[in-house]
Ligand binder design. Structure first.
Ligand code: GUN
Length: 295
């Protein structure tokens, strides 16, 4: 078997085009959607993610109120900026790029963002809403994975999904979304404490790998025809590249292509979906400001 390589870039581009159309309509109704992306420090991966998010904002016609802050920014200083953005009625979404420098308490920062502007879906109110199936912002990467599966038409009803990783950003929320009635998977969560990982993954119809470690999922760990979603973005030193590195996921992609039915590439799989869902969440937040309900 040779897998279909899922074109996350194309699916994300279609979503972003739809968002841009609706942004245009909102603007005609006097509402200009607006997002503030806050970056503290110069972590190269974070700089690259934030650049991608800001480029997408420009393409969607969404106003960009982003701020780049120095590594030395105090927790108090960051909280003050968030407070100002919370109170600013022209701002629909606030995103603080993670990780934050060690001297800043991430929990405190995420709690400070007004839940109705938390387009990342990281505030405990939105996390709780996800848990109990109430309306709220869904975290972008997990939601993007579900949209990918649905857009391609992958059957999920009653399937066994194995998630590798239990982070707050991906592993835990994607597990909850996969178990929801509208997706209806039976979900197993594997993590660093799992002793018999291969015994579990070999049974899986769908595997979501978000371990943050290359070679986490190898050919011997999957059954024929499984669907593999690779969330990993790892920088591997590569002197043949201008940047000095290449990106690789958490899976042995080239081996798995031969055994799986569908697989996401890195880059070009899940990553673009994260950005597309961020644009969609920002649009939805702005829609709440628009009095024309046909928008
Ligand atoms: N760091 C890695 N992924 C994310 C994300 O989706 N949102 C934020 N804010 N930070 C991240």
């Amino acid at each position: 078997m040779s897998a279909v390589i899922i074109d996350g870039k194309k699916i994300a581009a279609d979503i972003r085009a739809g968002v841009a159309e609706k942004v245009k309509k909102l603007k005609e109704n006097g509402v200009e959607p607006c997002l503030a992306v806050i970056l503290v420090g110069e972590n190269p991966a974070s700089v690259s993610y934030v650049t991608g998010k800001r480029k997408a904002l420009a393409e969607a016609g969404i106003a960009d109120r982003s701020v780049n802050l120095p590594e030395s920014t105090t927790e108090e200083g960051l909280l003050k900026i968030i407070d100002e953005l919370n109170k600013d009625n022209d701002v629909d979404g606030i995103l603080v790029q993670l990780p934050l420098p060690k001297h800043i308490d991430e929990d405190k920062v995420l709690l400070a963002i007004e839940p109705s502007k938390d387009v990342d879906g990281f505030h405990p109110v939105n996390v709780g809403n996800l848990m109990i199936g109430r309306k709220g912002f869904l975290p972008c990467t997990p939601h993007g994975i579900i949209v990918l599966l649905k857009t391609i038409g992958i059957e999920t009803d009653g399937k066994h999904a194995v998630v590798i990783g239990r982070s707050n950003i991906v592993g835990k929320p994607v597990s909850m979304l996969l178990a929801r009635k509208d997706v209806n998977c039976t979900v197993t969560i594997c993590h660093t404490g799992t002793k018999n990982m291969a015994e579990l993954t070999i049974q899986a119809d769908i595997i979501v790998v978000a371990s943050g470690r290359p070679h986490t999922l190898t050919k011997d760990m999957v059954k024929d025809g499984a669907v593999v979603i690779d969330v990993g973005v790892n920088r591997i030193p590569d002197s043949s590249k201008k940047s000095g590195f290449r990106l690789t996921g958490d899976c042995d992609f080239y081996d798995l292509v031969e055994k799986t039915s569908f697989i996401t590439p890195v880059p070009g799989g899940v990553g673009p979906m994260t950005i597309a869902m961020l644009m969609q969440n920002t649009l939805e937040s702005a829609c709440a400001r628009c009095l024309d309900y046909s928008c």
